[in-house]
Design a protein around this ligand. Structure first.
Ligand SMILES: [Zn+2]
Length: 512
């Protein structure tokens, strides 16, 4: 398949930062073959399966969603804002039944549809399954990505330690019956989880010409045994897989290090295990201190920044400049649909470009639009660890491209392309999305899926779930007072740094 995209404005985002007012991009067999500045007539590059007159359009690399969980994509808008530890009671209610493969397919497809429509061509999905994964649901998630046409790197985000070992304070706070329930072993042990990984890798890794790939995930260092953590690291090393790990998302997790790891932070803990590596995708990285940042920089890990999720869950503000000044690569993500509520990266870019301005008065340290775009595209490409490079409109790169209409309000008048991409665009100007050289979205519709049918099915499935009797809500209410006390106790602790606005420590007198 050969596609010629003629006479577009081109933002290459290559190493030289080249931009062309008018150029033609030739795509063949899923790869960009050449970028040719100047005006060209049809047929200038020989016979093609498709010739696209792209005058008035911008061609740029597709966006990369550096962190996402497909598992709750049907729950957008379900909850008011809550801290992570409390919100997870509702997200993963104990006693929830096994998810049907079709449900997993539909909720994943909804996300893929939203991403492709708004110009996201790659996603790093850290999928979790309550109570546990199984080959049929893994297949359903991957089949949705396969059918949609998006590029994906999928991991299984599952703990292998009891709930009570993942948090500070809980052991003392819980009444005996709940303490016993929280000390129960997780639904699937490490051997079972590793068997699921073997299935994921054998069945899907490298599928669809390399568009579908596997990653590994330990969820978070406090949620797994060192043995399982090491086994995942070995799997990641053997197959060159990205390794997802949520690290210091919340102040409660900072307190966990003080109380449960002998005063070592979770980053120190991972480093002491010898598992800090350049394969890690460190998700959030908010409550890091200087030593943590130095360790991450030395290891060469990438950090996934999810600013909307971080505000929705009140987690705090990631130390963006402290990371950039150490050379730590940053990618951007939406996180999941009940922590962002949309799978649209344009809002994420805008917030990433704004939130850090209120953390320090020296405006020389505020992010520029070019830096934010660099995080989105080259940071995202770095997180993907793709065997063939992506993230540039350059010969030899994956043909994951988006075409934006510059005759829209966000670009009218056009004063500065980079700033208007970051601060003005919302995804509404995306006219065409190509993944691996295949047009999957154009003229307002996806060519790969019956979107109306999927939306209708999602509504029907949601209605059926709501009417089914479930233990989730009731169960969360039983745990809530103790988790709230845990959260307030951590919030009131002095930990030597703060990532919240306002007072460094919110004591019991402040939080009621
Ligand atoms: Zn996450």
């Amino acid at each position: 398949m050969k596609i010629v995209i003629r006479n577009a404005r081109v933002l290459t985002l290559d190493a030289t930062g080249a931009e062309h007012d008018c150029a033609t991009v030739v795509v063949e067999d899923g790869v960009i073959r050449s970028v040719n500045p100047g005006m060209f007539a049809p047929g200038s590059f020989g016979a093609a399966d498709r010739d696209i007159d792209a005058a008035g359009l911008l061609v740029m690399p597709g966006l990369v969603n550096g962190h996402f969980h497909s598992s709750v994509n049907h729950l957008k808008g379900s909850l008011d804002s809550l801290p992570l530890e409390i919100f997870m009671l509702y997200e993963s209610p104990a006693g929830a039944g096994e998810v049907a493969p079709r449900v997993a397919y539909v909720r994943t497809m909804l996300a893929a549809m939203e991403m492709l429509r708004t110009g996201t061509t790659s996603v790093l999905d850290d999928a979790f399954f309550v109570p546990a994964p199984s080959p049929p649901v893994i297949d359903a998630v991957m089949q949705a990505y396969a059918d949609s046409g998006i590029r994906v790197v999928l991991a299984l985000d599952q703990p292998d330690v009891p709930e009570i070992d993942k948090h500070p304070y809980l052991r003392d706070l819980l009444p005996p019956d709940l303490r016993q329930a929280a000390a129960a072993p997780p639904p699937m042990d490490a051997a079972g989880l590793l068997a699921c990984y073997r299935h994921l890798i054998e069945r899907w890794h490298g599928g669809a010409g390399g568009r579908l790939r596997a990653a590994v995930s330990c969820s978070a260092p406090q949620r797994v045994t060192p043995e399982y953590f090491r086994a995942l690291d070995a799997l990641s090393r053997e197959h060159h897989l990205p390794f997802y790990i949520h690290v210091l998302e919340t102040k409660v997790q900072r307190v966990f290090g003080e109380d449960c790891l002998g005063g070592r932070s979770l980053v120190r803990h991972v480093s002491d295990l010898g598992l800090l590596s350049d394969r890690l995708n460190i998700i959030h990285g908010i409550w890091l201190d200087d030593q943590d940042l130095d360790l991450i920089a030395a290891a060469g890990s990438v950090v996934a920044h999810n600013p909307i999720s971080n505000l929705r869950l009140g987690s705090g503000v990631m130390p963006f400049r402290a990371m950039r000044s150490r050379g730590i690569p940053i990618c951007l993500g939406t996180d999941e649909a009940i922590a962002d509520d949309a799978v649209n990266l344009w809002g994420v870019m805008k917030l990433a470009g704004l939130i850090h301005n209120v953390t320090q008065p020296d405006y020389h340290d505020w992010p520029t639009a070019r830096e934010v775009l660099d995080c989105m595209i080259s940071g995202g490409a770095r997180a993907m660890r793709s065997p063939r490079p992506l993230g540039q409109v350059s010969a030899g790169h994956q043909a994951d491209l988006i075409l934006l209409d510059l005759d829209t309000l966000p670009f009218t008048p056009l004063n500065d392309l980079h700033r208007q991409l970051v601060y003005c665009e919302n995804g509404g100007s995306v006219r065409m999305t190509l993944v691996q050289g295949r047009v999957v979205f154009e003229e307002g519709r996806l060519s790969t899926v019956d979107e109306a049918a999927i939306r209708a099915e999602a509504r029907a499935l949601a209605a059926a779930t709501r009417s089914a009797p479930g233990p989730g809500g009731h169960d969360a209410a039983r745990w809530l007072p103790y988790y709230r006390q845990m959260y307030l106790s951590a919030a009131g602790r002095e930990v030597g740094l703060t990532r919240w606005m306002g007072p460094a420590v919110s004591g019991p007198g402040v939080l009621k």
